[in-house]
Design a protein around this ligand. Structure first.
Ligand SMILES: C[S@@+](CC[C@H](N)C(=O)[O-])C[C@H]1O[C@@H](n2cnc3c(N)ncnc32)[C@H](O)[C@@H]1O
Length: 525
């Protein structure tokens, strides 16, 4: 790092900022170089944003004869680099814009700490056009330049090649990053993401939100591994993972086809969210989550008004019940919503034959069930009588379980039942717990609550079911009883404003953001 230190002393901050010259700390560079050195033998290496060539310097110590090609656009840093590398005939330094040159060459190894420049800080129209043309791929106008470096490098990798990149983790969770993540997944090369979430400022500030991405053009493409690195010591864990590749996994490994490029990938790796907060308690201290009603034969048991008329089943033998999640499109399900669904002939009832099995129409429908052998199905055959439905009182809160974009909590103001598309949440009422349901629900709507729940989400499975009831029961939450009365009332008042906005179809998120801010202020460590 001596070269970089001298350069930093000599050259103005303005100049360095203009070219986004932030230098990779040596311990980090070593780890990235390690990834390149492992694997098959190789002869060519590309450094697309050379600076003073920290990566090449380290690699040359181990492999003095490999052919290195590099790019930098800044004549000032280029001159310094040239004078340092003039003895190396195998290192070719180009004073050229990487993104517009060298498209026809491929390399065995590529390593880079690309410039970080927002769309308005570089010639983004021209550059985006170049990448779009070359890769035949759509990109958002807001794309940061560092992701373009990455896309080009992926394109330039040889068979059995490896790439190590250090870039801000921001694109994983931003809108413009959706296309980039899509490209990364389709490339089949992404193996590991190490996200830095340093508590203390060990390195330069810029690094605290960086990520190291490791790619390999091999056949181990079934999973993508995520690991968060929260302190200096945990860097050793990365080396271990690299040494044991492909047998090693990250803290979380996710089957590639389950990764959704359209959501914030924070949801996949934010293992440590709860560590950010104090006064946490287990969710099951406050509420119990159980799955919704399973009928074992939804076609038979679910009813709309039309079907009820056909079979002459009057409403007293029908249990109001949400049967499909798409019938609930807001965070509040009111009595009015129920009436509307009923009017729209939605399936919002369950056959409740045990209510009066002597009614002739009920008897007839039970008979139809027998004819269709509904009574012999797996779940119904275990019940007595077979047409009875599980005893689950309506729960005041539902949570959506089939939601790709995260948890979806709904306040069941209509007080109706639900099938397994939702889990039921029953607040626990004891002499000692006086938790207000509105306060609990206000909490459940916030990002803080979702982040903490996400610590406990299921990573494997069939791709859609992300939370089993016990994942939630065993998750943590903020202990809301620690709030003083005044803050509690402030939250309830914001919550009422939010509720009104939703019922008036305005969905004013600012009230939720405000509640979120209050919680962060009260509970952040
Ligand atoms: C973040 S620095 C990294 C320097 C060095 N590789 C390191 O890791 O310490 C990025 C470097 O890319 C150079 N750069 C900026 N835009 C570039 C472009 N379009 N093509 C090639 N290099 C570029 C900058 O001048 C700077 O030296």
């Amino acid at each position: 790092m001596i070269l970089e230190k001298e350069y930093t002393k000599k050259v103005s901050v303005t100049h360095r900022k203009k070219f986004a010259q932030f230098f990779t700390p040596e311990p980090i560079a070593k780890i990235m170089v390690d990834w390149l050195l492992k694997g098959n033998d190789f002869s060519t290496l590309l450094e697309p944003a050379f600076g003073l060539g920290i990566f090449s310097r380290l690699i040359l110590q181990e492999k003095p004869n490999i052919e290195i090609t590099s790019f930098d656009v800044d004549p000032v840093i280029f001159e310094t680099a040239q004078s340092n590398f003039h003895n190396f005939t195998n290192v070719k330094l180009n004073l050229e814009n990487y993104l517009f040159n060298d498209w026809n060459n491929k390399y065995d190894r590529i390593i880079c700490n690309p410039p970080y420049l927002k769309f308005h800080d570089y010639e983004n129209t021209k550059t985006l056009e170049e990448i779009k043309q070359r890769l035949n791929f759509h990109l958002s106008g807001f794309t940061n330049i560092y992701t373009l470096f990455l896309l080009k490098s992926i394109y330039q990798l040889n068979e059995n090649g490896r790439i190590a990149y250090i870039i801000p983790s921001e694109f994983l969770n931003s809108d413009y990053g959706k296309n980039i993540k899509d490209y990364l997944l389709k490339s089949n090369l992404l193996r590991h993401i190490f996200i830095f979430d340093f508590k203390e400022n060990v390195f330069d500030n810029a690094l605290t939100t960086s990520a190291i991405l490791l790619f390999a053009k091999d056949n181990n493409n079934q999973k993508v591994n995520f690991s968060t690195v929260t302190n200096h010591k945990e860097l050793n864990g990365i080396t271990e993972i690299i040494n044991n590749y492909p047998k090693s996994s990250g803290q979380i490994s996710i089957i590639k086809k389950e990764l959704n490029p359209n959501i914030k990938w924070r949801a996949y790796y934010q293992k440590q969210q709860s560590k950010k907060y104090k006064n946490l308690i287990s969710f099951n201290n406050v509420a119990k989550v159980v799955r919704g009603i399973a009928t074992g034969a939804n076609d038979y048991f679910t009813f709309n008004i039309k079907k009820a008329k056909e079979h002459k089943i009057s409403e007293q033998y029908l249990l109001p019940c949400i049967t499909r999640s798409k019938d609930v499109d807001k965070s509040f399900f009111t009595k009015n919503d129920f009436v509307n669904l009923k009017g729209a002939n939605a399936k919002i009832f369950l056959f409740n034959g045990t209510e009066n099995p002597n009614n002739i129409n009920v008897l007839n429908y039970i008979e139809i069930g027998k004819q269709q052998e509904i009574n012999k199905k797996y779940l119904t055959s275990k019940r007595n009588p077979w047409y009875s439905i599980e005893n689950r009182p309506p729960s005041p809160i539902w949570v959506g379980v089939f939601n790709r974009s995260g948890l979806k909590f709904i306040r069941n103001e209509a007080e109706i039942s639900n099938l397994t598309t939702f889990h039921c949440i029953y607040p626990i009422k004891t002499l000692f717990s006086k938790l207000n349901i509105d306060l609990l629900f206000a909490y459940l709507l916030t990002d803080v609550a979702h982040q903490i729940f996400n610590d406990n989400r299921r990573e494997y499975g069939d791709g859609l079911k992300k939370f089993e009831p016990n994942d939630l029961n065993n998750a943590l939450m903020l202990d809301l009883s620690k709030l003083n009365l005044e803050t509690e009332q402030r939250i309830i008042s914001l919550y009422n404003n939010y509720r009104n906005s939703v019922l008036e179809n305005r969905n004013d998120e600012k009230f939720l953001n405000e509640i979120n801010k209050i919680l962060i202020k009260e509970y952040e460590v």
